[in-house]
Design a protein around this ligand. Structure first.
Ligand code: MG
Length: 243
């Protein structure tokens, strides 16, 4: 019998469950690769840099745009990555013209197209009403952004986008739709949104089978949109090793 003053502790210890056994999944995961993070939107060490301020050589039609002072300005036509991507993480910084011209879809319009088909809208949506599923951060004509995190005209803004490519079987039938998760200036605007198909101006969304990888396009919509610091990381699933 312990002294009376120790009794509460003895009771407490007796009430504790027996030491538990740690659960282990048994899955033989490889060690996640070490990646040196970038700073303030900078590219992690395993990123493919699509524009670092010097030139648009990673893009088809890149020579049609104007590159000066570390910034690429849209002109003449859209541009398209020479390399193709499937599931990926994209960081892109953009600024709408500081001098406000036009309204609605005519003001600061561009767009990030994955696989040439699925557009996350780029638009000057700072006090510039338009249809909600066409404002900045919308999956065009499918989902408005969860919030409007737009900065003022002329200010630099950032998108961080996680794109999951759709899958098709050998007969061309959709087996898994595309998904987009996106942050606009650090605010979540799309949360694993399931795309209903390609994003079109003049018809409902629909899927048509395409290769597992495709280019990333930046739209030219008549506005001198500026871009900088564009990088992409391919998403490669960790595959457990055989036991
Ligand atoms: Mg657009």
């Amino acid at each position: 019998m312990p002294p009376l003053r120790l009794l509460p502790i003895a009771l407490l210890l007796a009430a504790l469950p027996a030491r538990s056994q740690e659960y282990k999944s048994g899955i033989n995961w490889p060690e996640p690769k070490v990646v040196t993070p970038g700073t303030h939107g900078g590219a992690p060490s395993d990123a493919i840099v699509l524009f670092d301020g010097k030139d648009l050589s990673a893009w088809k039609n890149g020579d049609k745009w104007i590159v000066a002072d570390g910034v690429a300005t849209a002109a003449k036509t859209g541009i398209s990555t020479k390399e193709s991507f499937g599931d990926c993480q994209l960081h892109i910084e953009w600024a709408t013209p500081g001098k406000v011209e036009g309204k609605g879809q005519g003001r600061g319009n561009s767009g990030v197209y994955f696989m040439g088909r699925y557009e996350l809208q780029v638009l000057d949506s700072f006090e510039n009403p338009t249809y909600f599923d066409g404002q900045a951060g919308a999956i065009y004509k499918q989902f408005p952004p969860l919030v409007n995190a737009s900065r003022k005209p002329g200010e630099w803004q950032a998108y961080d986008i996680i794109f999951t490519a759709p899958r098709f079987d050998s007969a061309g039938k959709l087996t898994s739709p595309a998904h987009i998760t996106a942050l606009h200036n650090g605010a979540l605007i799309q949360n694993h949104a399931e795309l209903k198909g390609g994003t079109f101006f003049d018809k409902p969304p629909s899927y048509a089978a395409h290769p597992p990888k495709g280019p990333i396009d930046l739209q030219y919509h008549g506005n001198p949109m500026r871009f900088r610091n564009i990088w992409v990381r391919e998403i490669k699933p960790l595959v457990p090793a055989a036991k």
